[in-house]
Design a protein around this ligand. Structure first.
Ligand SMILES: *Cc1c(COP(=O)(O)O)cnc(C)c1O
Length: 467
């Protein structure tokens, strides 16, 4: 048959709307959505015919069933939430693509009561006058970090931009070449600097920067020294950098403020809990950095936010910068951040309640026990799978502590019917997507990042995908 003739046989929207399956679909899915999906799918099919090679056209028949099934699937999908919960079986605690830090159940009431009702967001309750949305976290951030003042914006990238745009616009900022970091998602220190209107003076070499490099770079136009924590990589071997203490001393002698972009924003010395030492915000403030910036949703374990702490005179100027309004955080974020920070008033609570810290510090013996529980639940189902428990390593992720290997236990699965990459894909496409790793031809679930209440879903998913 020729192409034109086949195309003329494509069903019309009206015809399809009379189909029984589609009529049933209309009980669940709004008509305008179904009509849109009918149009899209007819169009998709038309393109398929138009692009088909000549010799395939001869015996070609339009498959109405295929079109209808595809309409049903895409209509149903369109009514479901696309942003939804998944199970993180990768063991990567700060998984950027899966939402980085996760929040504790303990703070959900605080967040929801602010979200679903009117709140004290920008009102001073005692005077009844307009207040500042930042006031809810300033005192607590000052208390925890020891800084004079604090401000919060949408994320740390915005924080760095605001800081540089306020303190160094049309001026020079001196940075070590070893610290010209690229963070995922197109955050590059030189680019952010350019956007902020500050000009970069890069000094030293990739592996070595000395104090005299900073000294030699000082000019009339120097607005600040910027130290960037190389949070997502390490330069090893023949290296040297200038500590924040030394840099602050040089800054003070020359009346040049020191800004430190810490990235991760740890508020607790994680070395006490067996992890590698990561410079804390308090250390940086104590050393005398004028301004310190960090993320809310990396090692701090809160919502996405960029936190700026430091000298009041600089922060006052930032508050007047129109960028602060553009980077303003929402009340949901503020509620989540305040609630998370309040947990930090007691360090032990923070380690036990804030999921990021809890997962990072969970001993592998405890993960082993959890693996045994899940192992038994899966084994009970007698699926056509080989199951095992193996020692392995989890990662911190989120561009934090890149070399850290956290000893863990994993469940390894090997289907007797399908390949491991197929099993991985089926689990990922499950209605509650389950993200795993494929390693040595096994599907691996690392229980460090899995909640106990998710075991049931994992078992059910395995039953469903192994059918
Ligand atoms: C992660 C990171 C940023 C970006 O922070 P976001 O909160 O993701 O915007 C900036 N600087 C450093 C050093 C970082 O590690």
């Amino acid at each position: 048959m020729n192409r034109g003739k086949i195309l003329s046989k494509l069903p019309s929207v009206d015809e399809l709307l009379k189909d029984e399956q589609i009529l049933n679909l209309l009980y669940k899915v709004p008509r305008n959505v179904v009509v849109k999906e009918i149009r899209n799918n007819i169009e998709k099919y038309r393109k398929k015919i138009l692009n088909m090679e000549e010799h395939l056209l001869e015996d070609f028949k339009i498959d109405i069933k295929e079109i209808i099934n595809s309409i049903v699937t895409s209509s149903n999908e369109f009514t479901q939430m696309s942003l939804k919960e998944v199970i993180n079986g990768t063991g990567t605690v700060l998984h950027t693509n899966l939402g980085r830090s996760i929040l504790s159940d303990d703070i959900k009431n605080q967040i929801w009561s602010v979200a679903s009702g009117y709140s004290t967001l920008e009102i001073d309750v005692s005077s009844g006058k307009r207040g500042s949305r930042y006031s809810h976290v300033t005192e607590i951030l000052k208390f925890i970090t020891g800084a004079e003042d604090a401000l919060v914006v949408n994320n740390n990238a915005a924080a760095v931009m605001l800081v540089l745009g306020t303190m160094a616009k049309d001026k020079e900022v001196v940075v070590s070449r070893g610290e010209l970091v690229e963070i995922g998602g197109a955050f590059r220190v030189p680019d952010v600097m350019e956007q902020s209107g500050a000009s970069l003076v890069d000094i030293g070499t990739t592996n070595k920067t000395h104090l005299w490099d900073y000294e030699a770079a000082i000019s009339e136009d120097t607005a600040a020294f910027l130290k960037v924590h190389t949070s997502n990589y390490k330069i090893l071997g023949f290296t040297e950098d200038v500590s924040i203490n030394e840099l602050v001393k040089l800054g003070n002698e020359n009346n040049i403020p020191v800004i430190e972009d810490l990235g991760s924003g740890v508020l607790i010395d994680l070395q006490k809990y067996g992890l590698t030492h990561e410079p804390t915000v308090q250390e940086s403030v104590n050393a005398g950095a004028d301004i310190v910036t960090f993320s809310g949703d990396k090692l701090l374990g809160g919502p996405q936010a960029g936190i700026i702490v430091g000298k009041k005179s600089y922060i006052d100027k930032m508050k007047k910068n129109p960028l602060t309004r553009a980077f303003r955080i929402d009340k949901l974020t503020m509620a989540a951040l305040e609630a998370t920070l309040r947990i930090y008033l007691n360090e032990e609570n923070a380690i036990n309640i804030i999921p990021t810290l809890k997962m990072l510090t969970e001993p592998y013996e405890s993960i082993k026990q959890k693996s045994e529980v899940l192992y038994n639940k899966i084994a009970e189902e007698n699926l056509n799978l080989n199951i095992d428990i193996k020692k392995d390593y989890s990662e911190v992720g989120g561009g934090s502590l890149p070399l850290e290997k956290l000893p863990t236990y994993t469940i390894t699965l090997k289907s007797k019917d399908i390949s491991s990459s197929q099993l991985e894909k089926k689990l990922r496409k499950y209605k509650t997507p389950i993200f795993t790793r494929v390693q040595d031809d096994n599907v691996i679930i690392d229980l460090r990042t899995v909640k106990e209440e998710q075991y049931k879903t994992i078992v059910q998913a395995l039953i469903d995908v192994m059918k």
